[in-house]
Design a protein around this ligand. Sequence first.
Ligand SMILES: [Zn+2]
Length: 469
Amino acid sequence: MAQLSLRFLGAAGSVTGSRHLLTSDGERYLIDCGMFQGEKSLRERNWQPLPVEIGQLRSLVLTHAHLDHTGYLPRLVRDGYRGPVYASQGTAELMGVLLPDSGRLQEEDAEFRNRRGLTRHQPALPLYTEVDARRALSLVQPRPLEEPLVLSPGCEVRLHRAAHILGSCFAEFHLGAGAEARRILFTGDLGRLRQGESQTLGRGPEPPADVDYLVMESTYGDRLHPHEDVAPKLAAALRAALERGGVVVIPAFAVERTQKLLFLIKHLIEAGQVPRAPIHLDSPMALAAIEIFLRHADEFNSETRDLIRRYGPPQNWDHVFFDRSPQASRAVNAQGGPMIIISSSGMATGGRVVHHLALRLPDPRNLVLFVGYQSPGTLGFLIRTGKSPVFIHKQAVEVRAQVAAFEEFSDHADAEEMVAWLHQMPKPPRRIFLVHGEAAAAEALAQRIKSELGWSAHPAQWLEEVPLD
Ligand SMILES: [Zn+2]
């Protein structure tokens, strides 16, 4: 009987820092290599060495490009990892943009803190640099979906479409043979089963395979997404803010949701429902991300494809500006409304959007619009939940701007959709582990699975190690 175990090195009791260690007959595999974000106690975990000898890691498999699943990779490589990193083609392309950007932003943040004396550390250091990120990318090997890949004798992995973001996958491991064969499925982040108007991708996730063990996300385990069309709500919020001369700040990752949002705003402007205001994409990677998005247009739903056909590449729109350099970003600060700024990071944990928020939050004409999940402890969460003042770079900033959040743009299945997805399993897995959710969300999902399917599911604990029989 093969010795099999799982250890949860991140995204257990929290949504960030996804890192799951699978050990089979002494061989170690890491599934996802995410960065911790949010509360300081979480962020500090990025600075602790991985509790496993890096030289013993055989290979890495990444489910999708979001930084809470890939953002630790450059640090792992800087600390000595030299093995292969497997991901889908779409994920590999997005990482090629996201990871160097993450390194660059950390360098910019560290430089800013040192210049302003905002650090207890002498000097403040980036977790990794852009150069580290580029070195990490050289280890990435893109893999086609559905094709078995042998990681070592007796261990195969297959990637299946997860429909969360472009290129996102489940990782299904086959271990051992005959009566001792075991299958383990890691969902990564699970996409929406019901594709509404605001969704980007054209098809939902693949149904789950018949597996022995399931490691499943639980971000929205205690919530249901609204199902109405988001466009009229979005138009009304933007129109009101822009007509009063306000600046709309949208904290958003530069991938996918940003592009969908951009096309939707463009459509509302051309339809006369939103005033024609300048739109600033304040991110050095926005242009590259849009090029990847347009290259994979066949993955998207028909509404998105229609919008792409109708309006062409955003590079050609006369009221859209790509602010690539820090100087261009700072120049936006000198401008007043009406204007729309889309800038990362999505939870305002760092990056340029933090500077825009510091400047724009005190003015009641402005609007801060959230379109993604806000993890507790992040600046985005504090603003979203109505806190004022908030502290940015150690300064108290009054929140007088209007604040709105549209969960319709979520790329995650909600609680009902997760249970509906599980319903498609041919038979109950021996064990289900819930990861990538706050403790309350994971607990609520475990109860829902118990009451609706009669299966038991275990919310994983950080650093917990579980032998699998
Ligand atoms: Zn994700």
